[in-house]
Design a protein around this ligand. Sequence first.
Ligand code: 2M8
Length: 446
Amino acid sequence: MDIQFRPTIKDEALIKEAQRILNHNTWEGRYTVPSSKLYPYQWNWDSGFVAMGFAHFDIPRAIKELESLFEGQWENGMLPHIVFHSKKREGYFPGPSYWQSSKVPEASKLVETSGITQPPVHGFIMERLFNQYPNSKEVKAFIKAFYPKVLKLHKYYYEHRDPNKEGLAFIFHPWASGRDNSPLWDDLVKTIPIKPGDIPKYKRYDNLKADPSERPSDKDYDIYVYLMELGRRHNYDGNAIAKESPFVIQDTLFNAMLIRSNEALINLADELDLDAGPIEDWNEQSKKTFEEKLWVEELGMYTPYDLRNEKHIRMKEIGAFTALYADIPSSSRARKLRNYIEEMADREDGFRVMPSFDPDHWIFNPKKYWKGPVWPQMNWLLYQGLNRYGFHGTANRVKYDFLDLVNKLGFHEYYDPRRAVADQQTHGYGGADFSWTAAVVLDFIN
Ligand code: 2M8
């Protein structure tokens, strides 16, 4: 099939629509929901990308987005994956009445939140804001005030999520990876025995608002609830959970984001004469352990590590490639990662880059959420990483494959990666008018 390398993108129309979506998804003038029907609260890493999008046309909103998100930060530094600014709007499970964070001593006193976290993107988003507006007094003042909060978050990961002091943070819930029902977790979660009475009754709403065949299954949700209950029993304290939970994972994407954001904190400390504390030492160790421990030679890529069962999760999956943005791989490993992406883009059966999961694996599903589709923020992370290593051509393939999808199909949560199918489709998948899709478009086009 002939692949059009540089599709025609309707830049101006896309920018206008992206701005409209971010404004429309902003509630109470201060926080942005990922998609107003499907996800009616503020999400952690979504808001990082949203701030990046706003930074292109509304700096005060970019700043407010990060400030409102960090209202949810716990006293121990943890930043929850959802912040429930409004108690009224249920219609999402698990909402504030499930989590009841106000009963947890360490939780934010300002606002209700969830009890698990998400990939820490805020450090590098803050650095981008500074690099974009180095002369803005408003931006500088914001960064000086905000910096200690991000530092406290990173400190939390090293003190509460790294029981063996290796430099890699663990997660104890698939939602914390940002890649909820990725096949990565399938084998592990099958070993979790749920007995009657282990989990409370609950009602899902997500599968009423999006096609249930494309969402995580009910079995997945039972596991999610089981792991939330386990977290709740320990007041969501990382060290206690590490001892008991069957799901204790050192994830690729999560740790690559931590390392890239550490680097941002170090850079900003230099620029603005701030105190990065022990970050430089932590980061050195984290990069080393990531490179040595998470690489699986037979696969030619990094994989998450299952700390409970002491083994790699041997699957080819998109998180591996985010190591590039954190400057982790040696040049020969970086080339292997780049070659994999190039081969994917050149395949006879035609895939847009980058599918979130290995299309040659039997579990691959091009429409089912984290089991294969193209995700906007993942393409953005890959684009940054490829450019960082000088692979500009591959980076542009990743960028234009995504922009072309938005151009043809609109601003969806995610997209079918099959080239032939996507060319005939009329829509993307998941939530519509999606915030991170808008944010990535604004950053790619500007
Ligand atoms: C998805 O996750 C939420 C749970 O956090 C859900 O499915 O209900 C994921 O794609 C996650 O990465 C994202 O942050 C969230 C909101 O866009 O949706």
